[in-house]
Design a protein around this ligand. Structure first.
Ligand SMILES: Cc1cc2nc3c(=O)[nH]c(=O)nc-3n(C[C@H](O)[C@H](O)[C@H](O)COP(=O)(O)OP(=O)(O)OC[C@H]3O[C@@H](n4cnc5c(N)ncnc54)[C@H](O)[C@@H]3O)c2cc1C
Length: 657
């Protein structure tokens, strides 16, 4: 395997020689199916008796962080775990509905580790690292065993085997599920494992504690600065390694399917301290969400992709047809996905389904009062399978839809429209999940790894748990085995400086006493991002956004109003800090989208499309991971490129026809 062409230093100042950062992805060589095994064997171990001498900070208690903290605790390390919710079991992972992929091939329908690897590389539009994706497919089978052993109540079929269903971008059924609550059930499994370690004393849990900065000493990540969200107390925490498993940044768009609390602060602060940001513009727009109804909304609701197993997507053939669905005869309906993509039909990947929904709505054939909706119709499935079967499969999702829209989806088709859902971008990490700051590891949705330019459904849970249960415990041990534990305490000047910066920023926000709410700035940023860096992007729009976002950021710092005080529970203050970071990240996303002058996956540059409107990649010039370094000037970050090589899955124009 050839080495990346570029070696680059990060900008955190002093750095000891052995910790010079580079964009070396550290992928092992050799046949792809042997790389992880070989690497695991070659990595160093920490003697069980020595493990308690090392402290590891894990920020995040969702599937990635919860799994990592529990496993490292079980192995005997001294772990400190942080989350901003009141309990680790409230992490956003709890919202995941549809399922988790694994190459178990219980259905005997042609699945294999290689096929999951292939589907994921192709589904990501050839913008992911092959070695990482293969490892993900390999450990997917271990995840299911681990979760079953924890008691996760996966659905089963009559013979007792775990049941599977299909998700987009695959022609096999490999998605394991627990009704529409897969994330919740998996999180309960990880949470039990974590609680066990908390009770055993190997993990100390800090709930309602927000990380507001990373502390870097001599080029290594050595700790974090936190704020107690109830008392406002700012504290220092030192460690030998830090893991960020802090989730995705989809809320930069204001409206998304993410929980309101999801934010970018942890990874953005680490980026400012030297961690490169990978592919920031790669965001996922999910095709099946409840359409926006007005300006009053602060959140959008996902209708799980699993519904596309039995629901048929259509719009009227005629423009402006405002008849209720029941009055539109079969011959006047356009089942556009089935028509256009006969092999995958309604189960095309998310980017393809979203773009097609936008296309038919742009043609004036959208449904609902806004015209921004398409039907997801279960009438045929109810006729074929009977209502009880549909209730059994999707009952809680149908109830949720009925409660939100006041319509009965058993009687009238659901109306759905694409919405921001997931971020494939995140901090750049090497094969060991280590960022460009030595000792800083990044897991789950917070890193950029594995999904390329488009994530396949049910693969985020797989990646989070793979990272937490099966990758980090090895790669962190390898890192720790090469350093001496401790040797630093929180009296170090770097901690004092980071703490002063956090306190200063908090005070500044409180003192501004401007005229506009935090939400008003967030809403405007979200609209810019959705209009110019959303489902479709073009050069003129991105340039417009790049002009407006810095202006908006200045207005925020002059005129935002944050009521209340710092030494108390203050949700407006929490929000203000997060929105300030979104205002910086948004600019980087637009810059990344502008630089990548190709279409790939969820990144659709209007200038780069095939004759029939599909995303057109430019493999010659754009087969790279973009990794951005912070330079101190937000409008002038430095772009580094990790070249991508495809030895096994040869890049081709993606076709789901
Ligand atoms: C509605 C919905 C449904 C989904 N359904 C599926 C599905 O069916 N299948 C699938 O594979 N994927 C699904 N996904 C995606 C998947 O749920 C997420 O990608 C995944 O759960 C993220 O897990 P995580 O551990 O990386 O982060 P999270 O679960 O978001 O956890 C982040 C953790 O970090 C903590 N944190 C964040 N910032 C800070 C900070 N500054 N200080 C302290 N703590 C911090 C939080 O408190 C939390 O504990 C869905 C997503 C949504 C929005």
């Amino acid at each position: 395997m050839s080495k990346p062409k570029q070696e680059t230093k990060t900008r955190t100042g002093t750095r000891t020689m052995e910790f010079v950062a580079s964009l070396d992805s550290k992928q092992p060589s050799g046949p792809i199916e042997q790389r992880w095994d070989k690497h695991r064997f070659e990595m160093k171990l920490v003697n069980p008796a020595n493990r308690r001498r090392y402290t590891v900070i894990v920020v995040g208690s969702g599937l990635a962080g919860g799994a990592a903290a529990a496993t490292l605790g079980e192995q005997g390390y001294n772990v400190k775990c942080f989350c901003y919710q009141d309990s680790p079991r409230r992490a956003h992972s709890i919202a995941a509905q549809g399922g988790i992929n694994a190459a178990k091939n219980y259905r005997n329908d042609g699945d294999s580790i290689y096929r999951l690897f292939y589907d994921t590389v192709k589904g990501g539009d050839f913008r992911a690292r092959e070695s990482n994706v293969y490892r993900l497919a390999q450990v997917s089978v271990n995840i299911i065993d681990q979760c079953v052993a924890q008691g996760v109540p996966f659905a089963r079929e009559y013979g007792g085997y775990l049941d599977n269903r299909s998700f987009g971008g695959a022609q096999v059924s490999r998605t394991f599920y627990a009704r529409g609550q897969t994330g919740q059930q998996l999180l309960l499994g990880a949470y039990q494992a974590l609680e066990r370690q908390i009770a055993a004393g190997s993990v100390k849990m800090f709930s309602r504690t927000e990380m507001l900065d990373l502390v870097v000493v001599d080029g290594r990540a050595r700790g974090i600065i936190t704020r107690d969200m109830v008392t406002g107390k700012i504290e220092r925490h030192v460690a030998d390694a830090v893991v960020l498993a802090t989730g995705g940044y989809g809320n930069v768009f204001y409206l998304s399917t993410n929980a309101k609390g999801c934010n970018t602060t942890a990874i953005w602060r680490a980026h400012r301290k030297g961690a490169f940001f990978g592919n920031p513009c790669f965001t996922q727009i999910h095709p099946t969400c409840i359409p926006v109804t007005g300006d009053h909304q602060s959140k959008l609701t996902l209708m799980s992709e699993s519904l596309r197993n039995d629901g048929r997507i259509w719009v009227p053939k005629k423009k402006g047809d405002s008849r209720p669905a029941s009055q539109i005869p079969e011959g006047e309906r356009d089942y556009y996905l089935e028509e256009r993509y006969p092999s995958f039909g309604n189960l095309v990947p998310r980017d393809v389904a979203s773009r097609n929904a936008k296309h038919v709505c742009d043609q004036g054939r959208g449904v609902g009062s806004s015209g921004l909706g398409v039907y997801l119709d279960f009438a045929d499935s109810i006729k074929r399978l009977g209502k009880p079967k549909i209730v059994e499969r999707y009952g809680n999702l149908f109830d949720m839809y009925a409660q939100i829209t006041g319509e009965d989806p058993y009687e009238t088709p659901m109306r759905i429209y694409p919405a921001i859902h997931y971020t494939m971008g995140g901090l750049w990490v090497d094969y060991n999940l280590m960022s460009t700051i030595p000792g800083l590891f990044v897991a789950g949705e917070a890193n950029f790894s594995d999904h390329g330019a488009n994530r396949l459904g049910a693969s985020a849970l797989m990646q989070g748990l793979a990272d937490g249960y099966f990758v980090l415990p090895y790669t962190i041990a390898n890192f720790l085995a090469q350093i001496k534990p401790g040797g630093l305490d929180t009296s170090d000047a770097a901690f004092a400086q980071a703490e002063a910066e956090v306190a200063g920023r908090t005070q500044k926000l409180l003192k501004l006493k401007g005229e506009h709410t935090v939400d008003s700035f967030h809403r405007e940023l979200g609209k810019i991002m959705w209009d110019e860096c959303g489902m479709a992007r073009n050069e003129a729009g991105l340039r417009k956004a790049l002009k407006r976002i810095p202006e908006l950021r200045s207005e925020f710092w002059e005129n935002v109003r944050v009521p209340g005080e710092g030494g108390e529970l203050n949700q407006e203050l929490e929000k203000a800090g997060r929105v300030a970071d979104f205002l910086e990240l948004g600019e980087l996303m637009c810059m990344d989208a502008l630089t990548r002058a190709e279409s790939c996956g969820g990144h659709f540059r209007e200038e780069s499309q095939t004759e029939d409107g599909e995303a057109l990649r430019d493999d010659e010039n754009c087969a790279f991971v973009s990794a951005w370094a912070f330079t101190g000037n937000l409008s002038k970050p430095e772009l580094h490129k990790e070249p991508l090589e495809f030895e096994y899955v040869k890049p081709s124009q993606r076709s789901y026809k």
